[in-house]
Design a protein around this ligand. Structure first.
Ligand code: NAD
Ligand code: IPM
Ligand code: MN
Length: 366
């Protein structure tokens, strides 16, 4: 198959980890006989520096015409003082909105050889397998433009949702639960927020159409606690934009590192932007030590969801598993023994293990 992929490396470690994913995609193309045409475009701080905007029109156009998009990360101290609409993060929010990517799927499933890499007790995290579904194009991130009032002594950020925006993400969550263990946890703050009360009403309405899925409501504060004290109680979690952002970074602790988590930002027709959950990691950028696995696993999600290349996706996941079983790990993974390697060495190890023959179950199950 021929596929056209747009690469958006962005800032900080974004460039390093996208380079890793490209190596793995090239290896997949060779192994399975595909042609991936890869075109790089600017986003985030790099785009501000070169084009004066975090999201140039050329980037949006290229993404609209692509078969899929793979993004690294955006942001950094250099651009933190810019006005809101010029910040690198605005580029990321802008491309999600422009493409209508309302559903962000963040699978959280640890690899067996990383069980002891988490600061949490092994007996608590063993077997955990969660799919966090985060609403991605509404809520606090996209309210009426934030304002400073009273000469800067007061601020307003607004949290707005349309019923239809809630309905489509909740439907997506029920459908995903059906493909997994049929348990859905809806996370909100219905004891305080009106938006959460509407959210909860919609979940209650929708559950009648999915009688085979069990539903539980949790308030976000308690959910944050349960996520790390009893992660095995969760199958699919669905929540609004900001709660999902925070809970997914927390959930990454189950896997040993934030650098491990992939994500898929999709819409109903299957179009998608694939991105690791972490950011540009300015503290380690340029050192060649970033963990590339979250991005490599995001590329696997891209193959599975946008291209229906299940065997290819599973081959990448299997190769990652084998590298970790062989003891290779980047510095962020607190592993006993094994060999600490650079971003490049980790990538080479994945490529080395990649084969079209050994294919196991999907790690992401979504
Ligand atoms: P971060 O996710 O960049 O980093 C948090 C911590 O995790 C850091 O200590 C970092 O070194 C570590 N880390 C993250 N990814 C890693 C990897 N692949 N390998 C090894 N270690 C890794 O979050 P932050 O420091 O709060 O934010 C830095 C910048 O990134 C900010 O400008 C923020 O806006 C931006 N950001 C962007 C995205 C995105 O582009 N999707 C996501 C989150 C944050
Ligand atoms: C993420 C990031 C972004 C978000 C920021 C950089 C806008 O934290 O993708 O999780 O909050 O969505
Ligand atoms: Mn985040």
């Amino acid at each position: 198959m021929n596929k056209h992929i747009i690469l958006l490396p962005g800032d900080g470690i974004g460039k390093e980890i996208i380079e890793s994913a490209v190596q793995v995609l090239n290896a997949v193309a060779g192994e399975f006989g595909h042609t991936f045409t890869l075109d790089e475009h600017a986003i985030g701080g790099a785009a501000v520096d070169n084009y004066g905007t975090p999201l140039p029109d050329a980037t949006v156009n290229a993404c609209q015409n692509a078969d899929a998009i793979l993004l690294g990360a955006v942001g950094g101290a250099k651009w933190d003082g810019l006005p809101a609409d010029k910040r690198p993060e605005k580029g990321l929010l802008g491309i999600r909105k422009a493409l209508g990517l309302f559903a962000n799927l963040r699978p959280v499933k640890g690899f067996p050889s990383l069980l002891h890499a988490s600061p949490l007790k092994e007996e608590i995290i063993a077997g955990s397998d969660i799919l966090i579904i985060r609403e991605l194009t509404g809520g606090l991130y996209f309210g009426t433009p934030s304002e400073r009032r009273d000469n800067g002594h007061a601020v307003v950020d607004t949290l707005a949702y349309e019923r239809t925006e809630m309905e489509r993400i909740i439907d997506k969550a029920f459908q995903s639960a059906r493909l997994r263990r049929r348990h859905l946890t809806s996370v909100d703050k219905a004891n305080v927020l009106e938006s959460s009360r509407l959210w909860r009403e919609i979940v209650e309405e929708k559950k009648k159409a999915y009688p085979d899925v069990t539903v539980e409501h949790l308030l976000v504060d308690a959910a944050a606690m349960k996520l790390i004290t009893n992660p095995n109680q969760f199958d699919v979690m669905v929540t609004e934009n900001m709660f999902g952002d925070i809970l997914s970074d927390e959930a990454s602790v189950l896997t040993g590192s934030l650098g491990m988590l992939p994500s898929a930002s999709i819409r109903s027709d299957g179009a998608g932007l694939y991105e690791p959950v972490h950011g540009s990691a300015p503290d380690i950028a340029g050192k060649g030590i970033a963990n590339p696995l979250g991005t490599i696993l995001s590329a696997a999600l891209m193959l599975r969801h946008s291209f229906q290349m299940e065997a290819e996706a599973a081959a990448i996941e299997q190769a990652v598993r084998e590298c970790l079983d062989q003891g290779y790990h980047t510095a962020d993974l607190d592993m006993r023994g094994g060999q600490e390697v650079s971003t490049r060495e980790m990538t080479e190890a994945v490529v080395e293990n990649l084969t079209c023959k050994s294919v196991s179950d999907s790690i992401c199950g979504m």
